[in-house]
Design a binder for this molecule. Sequence first.
Ligand code: 13P
Length: 236
Amino acid sequence: MIIAANLKTNLTRAETLEYLKSLESCLSKSSITQEVLVFPATSSIVAHNGKIIVGAQNAHGAIKGAFTGEIGSMHLDEFGIKTILIGHSERRHVLGESQEELVKKFDFYKNLGFKIVYCVGEPLEVRESGFDNMMEYISKQYEGIDTNYENLIIAYEPVWAIGTGLTPTNEDIASLHKELKKKSASALLYGGSVKVSNAKEVLSIDAVDGILVGGAALNAQDFCEMCKIAQEIEKN
Ligand code: 13P
């Protein structure tokens, strides 16, 4: 399974170093063999040797250049980063990234062989407009994306479930993931208000290959607990 932490705009570099140290120690004590990804804030990106794969929450689709406020692949290379998150709803909806821009970014990092966690998901009003509308909305987020890319991981994150404590029912997640698996055979994560207390339930759902966790991953011990839960489920 794939257990991923999106630390968003939290944890300084010093705190991130501490986080990675305590997470590594917990993972090794618990003999975790799952794939564990951590996405720190851009200024907290560090070169990391260990079980955890450190990825970038964002970078521009260029090696370098005149893109004020952005970083390029050259800045990721400096830290040995080969994993990137693309299409998170906060970038789509809060920061206004269009599908066209995301596709360009996707292609750029695909050509560099990056592992890409590509996020899709619908806002509440779309979900409430019926299943067909919702699928049409989500399908548009697949447009232009190479769904056969071997280093692709997809994360389904309903926008209304992010940071709200609300989650779809297990049946909803199961049927959505079944639909999305028809679009791509890549690993499919669920994200949106996953925490220690519901991780077992979510990770046990068919066609859920892992989780992408925000708020509840900010505590390394809690995130490690979720990795242990995944390990247990995979054993059974
Ligand atoms: P929360 O786990 O805080 O709901 O955030 C989910 C998320 O956006 C992960 O990318």
